[in-house]
Design a protein around this ligand. Structure first.
Ligand code: ZN
Length: 86
């Protein structure tokens, strides 16, 4: 069984994306890795270097460690995205 990756593919790795999440958060980030799994929805997701977000409070602890923290999100929480740069 394959899960809906919401249009994100390995070709997007390394690109700068604007990602809208189901909770209303909008991030700009560089996609580091697209994780896929044929068996578990919870294994499918993205790791990206966070460059900007409209909900910085949600990532307060991550931003204390790095100005561009690596963030994991399960793919099911991605509403849509667009490529904004290389
Ligand atoms: Zn899995």
């Amino acid at each position: 069984m394959e899960f809906d990756m919401h249009g994100i593919s390995p070709e997007h790795e390394g690109k700068r994306l604007r990602i809208e999440f189901t909770d209303g958060e909008v991030c700009e980030g560089k996609l580091i890795h697209l994780a896929t799994c044929n068996e578990h929805a919870s294994c499918c997701g993205i790791i990206f270097d966070m460059l900007a977000t409209n909900q910085p409070e949600k990532h307060k602890r991550s931003f204390e460690r790095s100005s561009h923290p690596a963030i994991w999100s399960e793919i099911e929480f991605v509403r849509n995205f667009e490529v904004i740069g290389d």
